[in-house]
Design a protein around this ligand. Structure first.
Ligand code: F6P
Length: 758
């Protein structure tokens, strides 16, 4: 029986091998023909794609170059710069833009008067088109392709030319990428079709072969699959697959080529982190139930950047959000386990409310978080108050939330997203209780330099607490660097500056910048009326004639937002340009916030006083330049106001990111309106086409307001188009995706190390 089986198997195997060989030869020929066809097609079409992309990219650079020229010209004009002025520092500041290579000024054909650090040494004014009109040229310096914008610009008595240099390496890269993608797309289309046809042939021949083999003998199908004579262990196959994934995932890691949306984020979760449990912890809850004076229960979405960013992510990812239940009707709206499903109208995730007593709120929230850490991190010249009793409460509340995370976790390795400065000690507390958890902490406010942070009496404990995280995120690279410097100065740890990680007691924490954003398109925009209707409705509500130009500011009433400074700028504008009287109104919508704290109460009182003073100085019987509206505005009102405005002013004295700026940009689907943005808000790093101002400089702010109110519509559009593209691409789903991709990488690495050791 054994012998017959062996012989039969051999015969069948021989036949199968011959058929297989035939099949392989046929397939190879087919593949060669297909490859030839692909090659011809690709060679014909790929250059076309790169020519198109190069053309678009060059237009983009031309536009950017003109914008830079315009802002230099305005600045030079507004400052009335003389012939002997040194513009190098101002040029260096502008040249910080990531694609701007250098700025310079040719006084004549022989004299390059100013040049920023990266100006190619080989550049020669004589070799450039120094004409009476704007000109551009493309030159190659030291092997690098450079776009040179040459603009006539008078400086005092000197009739010279401004040089704006852009590195075109990225254009070449884009063209190369377009070529590759075209090649890939065409090749995959043709190969896909070819493979489908080959697959059909393959399957038919295989079936035929099998049939012959089965007829010849009975094969033991229970035997394990064999590769190269050795049994393949499922474990090692999976192991190798993981290693392969880790090698290739770098490409996808920052999601550069992905349009992030709820769908792509959901796919990321299912593909990269299947079956994970996501828990969010924040102080502020996304949905607040308040009892109104009329005795009704009202649902409110708080004025909070954190909530605005995280809520759409939770709607996509699901999971549980643990937060302080601060609404007066919150207890009446949860189930017996203190949970409720939200959003109430169409639930996607669970909100778990935590109850804090007055003493806890006083010490943890108002005391240490908002009178200590908030002014410490914002450096807005309000002295931080550090009270030991507050810090005890803060520590105790962090412990309570750590217990809550353990209670809510359905497994021992959840992903816990800890939010903000209310929970600096929480990551370490969770790590002790759930060592396998992946903890991502995001610090929504700035992190000051080490010297400033050093005044906090509990600086070591706070840094140690945060280093319980697997990943610690900030809005900007600068804040990451500040944190690493503080760690270096105050904690005994190992810092790896190449990978931006800190190792403390054998545990690694990655320190990463993740610039937060808003959802795109924002949900609140869907229900908005047309721009014309919004303009009309807002002006009617405020009792303003339709011709009035509207500048708006919308935020929480907070001393970090520079509300007084922008009112002073309106005052200055009306003093300098009295012709704007009765033509412009500045509406400041401010939601009361942390009103039990003295710094906030006095800010509010001062704002009311200042508005009255400015209105008295410039106002008439029928027109007041400043409207201060102190109340909570829901998202639809906020978006309506943005759409009705001509100018939006964000003048934060210091801000981690500032989502109001991004919301304004997103609200303006008509590509009109001007954003005046503080250089001290993280958003200014991304929205560089806004009018960037120093809010401490009242005259510069007034000049920016004047420029905004007189900006031609085509320039408004040019600027908004670029900013809208940034906000569209770098939306909040990308923010979450970047963190989750890092989480996935950490978890895979941990699995590999665990199994590798075994
Ligand atoms: O900016 C930090 C932050 O937590 C934001 O995320 C949010 O907009 C704001 O503070 C909310 O403050 P509060 O929750 O104290 O009202």
């Amino acid at each position: 029986m054994n012998g017959a089986r062996f012989d039969g198997g051999a015969a069948a195997n021989g036949l199968g091998a011959r058929l297989g060989r035939l099949l392989r030869i046929g397939l190879v020929r087919y593949a060669l023909a297909l490859a030839g066809f692909c090659l011809v097609l690709v060679l014909a079409l790929a250059p076309l794609a790169s020519v198109l992309v190069e053309g678009w990219a060059r237009q983009d650079v031309d536009l950017r170059s003109r914008l830079v020229h315009r802002s230099v010209r305005e600045r030079v004009a507004s400052l009335e710069v003389g012939g002997d002025a040194d513009l190098t520092p101002f040029f260096e500041h502008l040249a910080a833009d990531e694609r701007l290579l250098a700025l310079g000024y040719c006084a004549d054909e022989k004299t390059l008067r100013f040049a920023t650090r990266l100006m190619p040494p080989a550049l020669d004014c004589a070799g450039l088109p120094l004409r009476r009109t704007d000109a551009t040229a493309v030159r190659r310096y030291a092997g690098v392709h450079v776009h040179v914008g040459v603009y006539p610009m008078r400086l005092g008595p000197v009739d010279g030319h401004l040089l704006v240099l852009h590195d075109l390496a990225y254009v070449d890269e884009r063209a190369a990428t377009a070529r590759i993608y075209t090649i890939l797309a065409l090749a995959s289309a043709v190969v896909g079709l070819g493979l489908a046809a080959a697959g059909v042939v393959f399957v038919v021949v295989r079936r035929w072969t099998r049939l012959l083999m089965v007829t010849a003998t009975r094969v033991d199908l229970a035997a394990p699959p064999v590769a190269g004579g050795r049994p393949v262990s499922p474990f090692s196959r999976e192991f190798r697959a993981l290693v392969r994934e880790l090698r290739t995932e770098k490409k996808a890691a920052d999601g550069i080529h992905v349009d992030w949306s709820p769908d792509t984020l959901r796919r990321l979760l299912t593909e990269e982190l299947p079956g994970v449990e996501v828990l969010v912890v924040s102080n502020r809850e996304p949905y607040i139930h308040d009892r109104t004076e009329a005795g009704e229960i009202e649902l409110k979405l708080p004025a909070s950047g954190l909530v605005a960013a995280l809520e759409p992510v939770m709607r996509t990812c699901g999971g549980t959000w643990i937060a302080h239940g601060s609404g007066s009707a919150d207890r009446e709206t949860v189930d017996e386990t203190d949970r409720l499903r939200v959003p109430p109208a169409a639930p996607d995730y669970t909100l778990r409310r935590v109850w804090l007593d007055d003493d806890e709120v006083e010490g943890y929230y108002y005391g240490f978080a908002n009178e200590g850490l908030w002014p410490l991190c914002h450096i807005a010249f309000v002295r931080p108050a550090f009270r030991a009793r507050d810090f005890e409460r803060y520590r105790a509340v962090n412990e309570r939330f750590a217990e809550m995370v353990v209670a809510e976790a359905g497994r021992d390795d959840p992903i816990v997203l800890v939010q903000d400065y209310h929970f600096a000690l929480l990551p370490r507390m969770i790590r002790r209780r759930l060592p396998k958890a992946t903890i991502v902490t995001f610090w929504h406010i700035p992190w000051p330099n080490a010297e400033t942070f050093g005044i906090c009496p509990w600086r070591e404990e706070i840094i140690d607490g945060l280093l319980g995280s697997s990943i610690l995120g900030f809005h900007t690279r600068q804040h990451c660097n500040n944190f690493i410097e503080a760690t270096d100065r105050f904690i005994e740890s190992r810092i790896d500056r190449e990978h931006d990680s800190v190792t403390l007691a054998g545990h690694d924490t990655l320190i990463r910048p993740y610039p937060i954003s808003i959802e795109w398109p924002p949900a609140a925009l869907a229900a908005q009326r047309s721009i014309a209707e919004c303009r009309e409705a807002v002006r009617a509500r405020l009792g303003l004639p339709q011709r009035i130009r509207l500048a708006v500011g919308i935020e929480r009433f907070d001393y970090t937002k520079g509300i007084l400074d922008r009112m002073a700028a309106v005052d200055e504008l009306l003093v300098r340009h009295p012709d704007w009287r009765e033509k412009v109104v500045f509406v400041q919508a401010a939601a009361p916030s942390r009103s039990t704290l003295e710094a906030y109460r006095s800010l509010q009182a001062e704002a009311i006083r200042l508005a009255a003073e400015i209105n008295a100085r410039h106002g008439t019987g029928t027109w007041q330049p400043i409207r201060l509206v102190i109340r909570h505005h829901d998202q639809s009102e906020v978006y309506e106001l943005f759409r009705a405005a001509d100018v939006c002013v964000v003048s934060s004295l210091h801000d981690g990111m500032n989502l109001v700026a991004k919301e304004f940009v997103a609200a303006r689907d008509d590509e009109r309106g001007v954003l005046v943005l503080s250089s001290f808000a993280g958003a200014s790093r991304e929205l560089s086409e806004a009018l960037i101002v120093n809010p401490y400089d009242t005259c510069a702010m007034a000049a920016a307001l004047a420029a905004a109110l007189t900006m031609p519509e085509d320039e408004q559009r040019d600027r908004l188009v670029l900013m809208r593209e940034v906000v569209r691409q770098r939306n909040v789903h990308r923010w979450a995706a970047q963190m989750l991709l890092d989480v996935a990488r950490i978890r895979k690495r941990e699995r590999i190390h665990g199994r590798g050791a075994a």
